[in-house]
Design a protein around this ligand. Sequence first.
Ligand code: PLP
Length: 370
Amino acid sequence: MDWCLDAIPEDHPTPSVIVSKDVVRKNIASMQSYCNEHGLKLRPHTKTHKSILMAREQIAAGAIGLAVAKAGEAEVMAHASNDLMIAYPAIGTKRSSMVAELATQVDLRIGVDSSDAVDYLQTAAKKRGVTIGIMLDVEVGFHRTGVVDPDVAIRLGEYVSKQSNLVMRGLMCFPGHILPNAEQDRWAAYEESLQKVVDGLRSRGIETPTISGGSTPTARDSHRNRLLNEIRPGTYIYNDLNEVRLGVCTLDECAARVLATVVSTPERNKLVIDAGSKTLSSDRNAANPDAGWGYLPMFPQAKVYRLSEEHGEIQLSDQDIADVSPPKVGERLWLVPNHICVCINLQNQFYLHDGAQLQMLPVDARGLLV
Ligand SMILES: Cc1ncc(COP(=O)(O)O)c(C=O)c1O
């Protein structure tokens, strides 16, 4: 955590998100090298950066394609790759027709966990005269989307295989319940949930060539599930305080930080900065919800204890200011936010920092929720 504030021009706007080019490149390279070592395809989830340029960096490093959540994001990411997966069901006529339109331009696959999702996609694909790839979303323990009962999943797979304009490409899942250093039985249960569906479909003549899993906390353990041949981590490109507190990365591996300015020092040991919930997001820390809204590298004991939309209130400890004098109004501070993906989606732009220059880049897919 040695970014020097001297390298940031005095008139640089705050609050703003600044991304270290060097750390981003290292994060991209290290995840790619893990995947290469274990024969896994990497399909980064772009919800973290929502940036065409960052997506192109991931592809250039060896990612086979990209994952997104929503159809609007897929439209944007088609500028970075022609191999896209929408890891979210396209329910509704609007979303499914956007998906069908996009399938005329790129190799597109999409997650489904219901016959309704299949019906929407089949109708839209037939109308547009395209074929859409299907990834059957299987529940593996996180309990969000995903078919829970393997027999129901197998029947849904059979249903997909009967559709004229859909083709089964594999299974997807999201192992968000598995944390670093998880017991082997969690990994075994994860593999078993998928194995039952793979076997059941195969016995009915339906192959599932891609088995796509992975989150950032599980990414580098993915070889512990022998069925996976693709992973979709997203947060790893920037990392954040959630990942640090979970033990997934170090603070030095957090590539994106918020630069904020002190706008008031109304009480002893208290600062108010110009970054509130509209910059940092209201997301609490996943591992320690009472720990406040971010980490200040220059004041490690400080707590961002309250957020309003445009105000962040910080309590400094006596220990903090024993070593460094407390910042004055107008001084700037770095913060590592709790959850970088939501923080990025609140920005129109971010700044890529190569140590000397700051390049302003758009958050291309920000706010694309459909
Ligand atoms: C379906 C899906 N795949 C992949 C990811 C990426 O996981 P992570 O944010 O841990 O990198 C997410 C994150 O929410 C997700 O919902």
